[in-house]
Design a protein around this ligand. Structure first.
Ligand SMILES: C[S@@+](CC[C@H](N)C(=O)[O-])C[C@H]1O[C@@H](n2cnc3c(N)ncnc32)[C@H](O)[C@@H]1O
Length: 249
């Protein structure tokens, strides 16, 4: 709780919301996400430098006109995590709105707590302000849906693997996996595909690009182009599931 400097009246902090906006289709926002966005005084969203914010574009039909908006612009440095001072500055700006009693909704593509950049602001603000996370439809769920088969079934274990891992690490983790989802594929596609091929699993791997968006692509991994966008994923299914549910979508 903050004290209003002028009159000494107590001002309750506004609530910080991390709002999952789903994987791309604006119909895949939850009812709660739509309600929170409509009610918040301030809507913030990540935007890579010089690019449109994907989270904002997804939620656009649900953002009422006239909201205060904050684009959280982060520099694009391949392989590096965004600079701390960038998040320190945005945390201060958002904290000022919260301290004035305004709710702030930070939009996050997919789900905020699955590799979401929301966590950099969560770390800086949640200790001082009431915070709620609105879960979103994750890219894992979306990619499985458009690929047309379950990620895992029965008691199988799903391993989620970041594509930037080096070859040896990727190989070790895939070797220990019944089924796997490889995220953050982008420029790592040739490396990931080579490892999957080496392990003899190419025939049970699918490539999914921009799931649920207009530009969606679903292909057997063997047929995917070498250049993949950042919003792409590779699903490797268990031999049992390939037998039960069919080879490829
Ligand atoms: C930083 S992570 C964010 C994940 C997101 N918070 C979620 O819940 O899905 C970005 C990675 O998620 C995956 N991804 C997100 N949306 C996707 C989509 N619509 N289609 C395919 N992959 C997607 C890609 O692997 C991408 O590199």
């Amino acid at each position: 709780m903050d004290l209003d400097q002028a009159g000494g009246d107590a001002i309750m902090s506004g609530t910080l919301y991390g709002v999952g906006v789903g994987p791309g289709d604006p119909d895949l926002l939850t009812l709660k996400a739509v309600k929170v966005i409509a009610a918040a005084a301030v809507v913030a969203y990540p935007a890579a430098e010089g690019m449109e914010s994907l989270a904002r574009a997804i939620a656009a039909p649900h953002i009422p006109a006239g909201k205060t908006e904050i684009a959280i612009v982060t520099p694009m440095v391949p392989g590096k995590f965004p600079a701390n001072d960038v998040y320190d500055d945005y945390a201060k700006e958002i904290a000022a709105h919260l301290s004035a009693g305004n709710d702030v909704a930070i939009l996050c593509e997919g789900d905020p707590f699955l590799y979401g950049s929301f966590m950099y602001l969560f770390l800086r603000l949640a200790g001082d302000h009431p915070t709620q996370v609105v879960p979103g439809v994750s890219s894992l769920a979306a990619c499985a849906a458009v690929a047309g088969a379950p990620l895992v079934s029965r008691n199988q274990v799903l391993t989620v693997i970041p594509g930037p891992l080096d070859e040896a690490d990727l190989e070790a983790r895939l070797l220990n996996s019944e089924a796997a989802a490889i995220m953050k594929v982008g420029r790592h596609l040739p490396k990931v595909r080579a490892v999957i091929e080496k392990l003899g699993r190419l025939d049970r791997a699918q490539y999914v690009e921009r799931a649920t968006m207009d530009e969606q692509v679903v292909l057997p991994l063997a047929e995917a182009p070498d250049t993949a966008p950042y919003f792409s994923m590779i699903l490797v299914r268990s031999p049992e599931d390939v037998e039960t549910f069919g080879e490829q979508a």
